[in-house]
Design a protein around this ligand. Structure first.
Ligand SMILES: Cc1ncc(COP(=O)(O)O)c(C=O)c1O
Length: 385
């Protein structure tokens, strides 16, 4: 048997990590400004994280949700506190798509309606409802096609108002900053408009915080910049620093009914230990503040390069929009300067590093970037990798 080949990959075998650095099997060091799709939030192999997982594994790795799981209550309490939504309720699952799937379903249970508003270029995951609200026909199988989803242009308030007019909308799902869509920040007034229309029509505001949440922007949820609350926040990625855990934070106005949601693995002991370790480090080391400071510094410095078309983002979620002539820079950063970054089509470099990125590492990137944009493309750096 061999793996089902669904991704083009970089032919690099990373075998070790520490903080924002990783090493391949040949001993080559890399600066990791990607965190494996924005997952590494407190740095690779953080000692507190390793110890907490190790200790939990020696105690009990797993039992299902048919018993009391005190560490789940501990995680919910801590998450409520760190996220500033103490009266919200937590449902745990295992991934971002699952979080969105559960959020959309819960919204529909709540108001009995079927239609969902999503936005152009949105990415919400690959399970059936999550992929149905994702604006990418290439990943939508025929079985996932539905008339229940309305895609609206990004930032278009008039289209939003019109879509609500027949009062059939169950929920609106929106990333606070579109990630796969190219680091597009949702304007504050647009999020406020969604809030007021959801209130007016008893629809559910779902804030997809899978990539842009968990402190990455300097606030716990990037939607918080708008000063309004969503009804459901979905999260995953940074939540477990690599241990698969996702969740939804649910407004107190939505009441649980037995069996409306459920999961075998979600909220197990080991996953909760990982989630707690992340929040403890975030709190103890002021990681949201660091994300705001180092991210702000990077954004300001990147704006000084005149070859860059646009720098977008907040905190440590940064998009560097490059012209076609600099399409090779991402590959060059990896293969010549040994720096992992992400990308969005066509030519956006995405920075999604750990929230404890240091200024020294930020400067190391800026120096490499300034060199990389000066050089012409070299054939050996294959950008399709
Ligand atoms: C905004 C957003 N939502 C949902 C998902 C899906 O998360 P997962 O891959 O954990 O299912 C992603 C993944 O990239 C994402 O960026």
């Amino acid at each position: 048997m061999k793996p089902f080949d669904v991704y083009p990959i970089n032919h690099i075998n990373i075998v070790k990590g520490q903080g924002s650095l990783v090493w391949d099997d040949k001993g080559q060091e890399y600066l990791d400004l990607y965190g494996g799709h924005a997952v590494i939030s407190i740095g690779h192999t953080h000692p507190h994280y390793v110890k907490r997982l190790e200790d939990q594994l020696h105690q009990l790795g797993f039992y299902s949700n048919s018993i009391e799981i005190p560490i789940q209550l501990e995680l919910a309490e801590k998450l409520g506190k760190v996220s500033g939504k103490e009266d919200y309720q937590l449902f745990l699952c295992n991934s971002g798509a699952e979080a969105n799937e559960n959020a959309l379903k819960l919204a529909s249970f709540y108001n009995g309606k079927k239609k969902v508003i999503a936005f152009r270029k949105a990415f919400h995951g690959r399970t059936s409802l999550a992929v149905a609200v994702t604006d990418n026909p290439k990943i939508l199988a025929p079985v996932n096609q539905t008339d229940n989803v309305i895609f609206l242009p990004w930032k278009d308030e008039t289209a939003l108002e019109q879509a609500f007019a027949d009062n059939e909308i169950s929920s609106v799902i929106i990333e606070g900053i579109q990630g796969v869509g190219g680091i597009q920040v949702a304007p504050e007034n647009f999020l406020q408009k969604i809030r007021s229309l959801c209130d007016q029509y008893n629809a559910v505001f779902i804030a997809d915080s899978v990539q842009c949440g968990y402190g990455r922007t300097g606030k716990f949820y990037s939607h918080d910049f708008a000063g309004v609350n969503a009804d459901i926040y979905t999260m995953a990625k940074g939540m477990g620093n690599g241990f698969p855990i996702g969740g939804i934070s649910i407004s107190p106005k939505i009441k649980p009914v037995y069996y409306m949601l459920g999961t075998t693995f979600g909220g197990n002991h080991l996953a909760c230990a990982a989630g707690l370790a992340v929040l403890e480090i975030m709190e103890q080391d002021n990681l949201m503040q660091n994300a705001a400071e180092i991210g702000g510094y990077l954004i300001e410095e990147l704006k000084k390069f005149e070859q860059v078309k646009e720098v977008r983002g907040r905190g440590l979620m940064i998009g560097i929009d490059l012209p076609d002539t600099l399409a090779h820079v991402k590959a060059e950063l990896l293969f010549k300067y040994h720096i992992f970054t992400g990308e969005a089509k066509p030519n956006v470099i995405r920075l999604l590093p750990a929230l404890n990125l240091t200024k020294t590492h930020a400067d190391r990137f800026l120096e490499a970037f300034s060199q990389a944009i000066k050089t012409a493309p070299v054939a050996e750096f294959n950008p399709s990798m």
